[in-house]
Design a binder for this molecule. Structure first.
Ligand SMILES: O=C(O)CCC(=O)C(=O)O
Length: 279
């Protein structure tokens, strides 16, 4: 089980720069997909410390998220460091290296009405910088109607910082206390925005800037949707802890210094470096 040698084209780079998101087909192979599905079963049965679960709300379907599993789960660890997703982030961010921040498992069971609210990632996280991105890999074929992701093209260049929202009621309540601009009501004025939705096949990746506004509808389909998102910190990133940023890594957990590049190899290990020959 290793890395696919999916090569990024000029078109991938251009789309990522222009739109703040790009689809990379066949980013990971079947063995990773199978193991992501096993991971989903495992976490649904025994949620981790940072899990969020709409099941507590008692509605139909289930939006379940879990994260920060890479230190305890060998599969997630291997996925992060061996599947090749770090290279996709590093090359698209045009960095010398990328450091890993955290993994995020996102499951929507069939007939789950819960959308993932429109949001930017950066206001949730204790970092600032333009070279920060996620690689969202789907383990299932999924259309937008089945809750694949939608993005506002070009929103990574809006120079806005929107206050975060919790994905599930009672989950990520810390996020609600964070400062930022009020996100416009995108859903009720969709025609005013340049929205791109991506139907994906199992193993495809969506790579997107932490500044790009994105979300996903509920899962109107009859298949479980499973995705694993990994978060990557590039060369211009600085550690920027705030009282209400994501509590999974706080100042107490890291030697990173506020306002400086987070050169902490334990908490934010290097996942990919540009080979010397192409530097
Ligand atoms: O999978 C989803 O619905 C949301 C994913 C997301 O927002 C992310 O990976 O940043």
């Amino acid at each position: 089980m290793g890395e696919l040698t999916t090569q990024l084209s000029e078109a991938h780079h251009a789309a990522f720069q222009r739109d703040g998101v790009v689809k990379v087909e066949r980013a990971v192979g079947q063995e990773w997909i199978d193991r992501m599905m096993e991971l989903a079963d495992r976490q649904l049965a025994a949620p981790g410390r940072w899990a969020g679960d709409s099941a507590a709300e008692g509605g139909p379907g289930r939006l379940f998220t879990d994260r920060y599993l890479w230190q305890s789960d060998p599969l997630v660890h291997d996925f992060v460091f061996q599947s090749g997703v770090a290279r996709l982030a590093g090359e698209l961010l045009e960095c010398e290296r990328v450091r890993f921040y955290f993994d995020h498992l996102l499951i929507k069971e069939p007939h789950t009405p819960n959308p993932t609210p429109w949001h930017q990632d950066i206001p949730y996280w204790p970092f600032l910088g333009r070279q920060i991105a996620s690689v969202w890999v789907s383990a299932t074929d999924v259309s937008v109607q089945e809750s694949s992701l939608e993005f506002i093209r070009g929103s990574h260049r809006w120079d806005r910082y929107f206050a975060p929202k919790a994905f599930t009621k009672g989950g990520s309540t810390w996020a609600e206390q964070n400062a930022g601009d009020e996100l416009p009501d995108i859903e009720s004025s969709r025609h005013s925005y340049d929205i791109a939705g991506f139907d994906v096949k199992a193993g495809d990746a969506l790579v997107f800037s932490a500044w790009t506004v994105h979300g996903s509808p509920g899962n109107a389909g009859s298949r479980r949707r499973v995705a694993l998102s990994t978060r990557w910190i590039g060369d211009d990133a600085v550690w920027h802890p705030r009282p209400a940023s994501d509590p999974s890594v706080t100042q107490a957990d890291t030697s990173a210094i506020p306002g400086q590049y987070p050169a902490d190899d334990q908490r934010f290990p290097i996942g990919w470096q540009r080979p010397a020959s192409v530097r």
